[in-house]
Design a protein around this ligand. Structure first.
Ligand SMILES: Nc1nc2c(c(=O)[nH]1)N[C@H]1C(S)=C(S)[C@@H](COP(=O)(O)OP(=O)(O)OC[C@H]3O[C@@H](n4cnc5c(N)ncnc54)[C@H](O)[C@@H]3O)O[C@H]1N2
Ligand code: MOO
Length: 395
């Protein structure tokens, strides 16, 4: 069914309802941060793999009688002590060094007195087994150490490295094409001619995608010419899992995107949402490919990205929290609106309140210089009292 001019909630519901079949691939640990695991990970070994000392000090056998021991060997980290501790002796040992057979307790050096070749300590201050990090006390061979669907953090990478794991299977990033439409758009670095503007949408979207860990992004530019728009959309659909377009989706004589998408066999999920900015957004599918055509105005592009594209992409990336509820903050001052649309407003957080910024027009980028995200004012409300809670979406 071709949904048209839907509520924000309906548009989100339609996107949430799309079936996604995530792909996975194996990557080196060094590239895995931020990705989601596609399988559970089990420990291939015991860690630690040998009993070792947690302190610089002396290792001894607790059940040897008395509060002194004769000093025997020295055991440094990295060696393999191939001896058994003799009765009545202790070894000098260092943090991380293997505890030799026969020893079961380590006392830190600050707690002993050394006189000649003998150490003295007070047993009542000690506990049997102290400062010995037992083999397998972190995890044992075969133990589940990471669930499927876990986001890899620097800490996770440390954990996997401690187990000698070099590679991890993660959900793959989608490949993406951005199609920038508009005869007036030129690139930074070129001199502006009358009637031209700099391409702001492309760099903003690329930055957003890169921040999400999506690096395979192809940027295509197309003039407002029907056959060209159709051709470039076909090219992008052939090359990428997700196609984002900006501009050309409204009703002007040179807005060809909607027709060209249809010519390429893209089926409409929804067109136009009861929101401001970003009303003429289009979302559609072709097989497993997803298309979002975002209205060209930069505030519309970023708002639509935050509200629809970002959660959809997070879901493809395996993030189980992709569509979670936003945070709520009290609004700093009264807000009034007439149109029965959901408003998304550039806003700044200030001491736990949100301040709606000036320059809300959808062409106007100025407030992006200080905005922390956007606030949502629901469709049905005409007046929001200062102090009322409003939904806030960070960048
Ligand atoms: N008669 C009507 N006109 C318009 C309507 C409407 O309902 N009836 N809706 C308005 C709304 S709301 C929006 S939003 C825009 C969306 O238009 P398009 O998606 O067709 O976008 P364009 O017309 O191509 O461009 C709009 C605006 O954005 C600038 N732009 C485009 N690309 C870039 C870029 N890469 N970087 C920076 N700025 C860009 C472009 O120059 C235009 O100013 O339609 C309204 N009109
Ligand atoms: O929806 Mo448009 O983005 O208001 O200018």
């Amino acid at each position: 069914m071709m949904h048209e001019f839907v509520d924000v909630s309906k548009a989100k519901e339609l996107l949430k309802g799309l079936a996604i079949s995530p792909k996975s691939h194996i990557i080196p640990l060094s590239q895995a941060v931020g990705k989601f695991t596609s399988n559970p990970v089990f420990a291939p070994m015991n860690v630690p793999s040998f009993d070792n000392s947690g302190m610089d000090g002396y290792a001894f056998a607790w059940d040897d009688l008395g509060e002194s021991r004769k000093l025997a060997q020295v055991v440094q980290a990295g060696v393999n002590p191939d001896f058994t501790l003799e009765k009545g002796t202790a070894v000098r040992i260092f943090t991380g060094a293997p505890v030799p057979r026969g020893a079961d307790t380590v006392v830190q050096q600050e707690w002993v007195t050394v006189i000649g070749d003998t150490i003295f300590f007070e047993l009542e201050k000690l506990v049997k087994g102290m400062h010995v990090r037992k083999a397998g006390s972190q995890c044992q061979t075969g133990e589940l150490i990471l669930n499927s669907g876990t986001q890899v953090t620097p800490g996770t990478i440390g954990l996997l490295a401690s187990l000698g794991i070099e590679q991890v299977e993660v959900i793959s990033s989608p490949s993406l094409s951005i199609i920038l439409t508009g005869d007036e758009i030129i690139e930074i670095g070129q001199a502006l001619q009358p009637g031209q503007i700099y391409n702001a949408n492309g760099p903003a979207l690329i930055a957003y995608l890169n921040q999400m860990g999506i690096k395979e992004v192809k940027v295509l530019k197309v003039k407002d010419e029907k056959s060209e728009v159709t051709r470039v959309i076909g090219e992008a659909l052939g090359a990428s899992d997700v196609v984002l377009l900006t501009g050309g989706i409204s009703v002007g004589d040179y807005d060809f995107v909607k027709g060209s998408l249809a010519e390429n066999g893209v089926l409409q999920l929804f067109y136009k949402v009861k929101q401001k900015p970003g009303k003429p957004i289009f979302a559609g599918v072709k097989g497993e490919k997803m298309v979002f055509a975002l209205p060209g105005n930069p505030a519309s592009v970023l708002t639509c990205f935050i509200q629809y594209v970002k959660p959809f992409l997070l879901r493809i990336l395996g993030n189980p929290d992709a569509w979670t509820a936003p945070a709520y903050f009290p609004i700093a001052s009264d807000f009034n609106k007439k149109a029965p649309l959901t408003f998304f407003l550039k806003a700044k957080l200030d001491n736990g309140r949100v301040i709606i910024l000036p320059a809300q027009e959808s062409f106007n980028l100025l407030s992006f210089g200080i905005a922390d995200g956007v606030v949502e004012i629901p469709q049905e409300l005409e007046h929001v009292e200062a102090g009322s809670l409003v939904a806030f979406y960070p960048w």
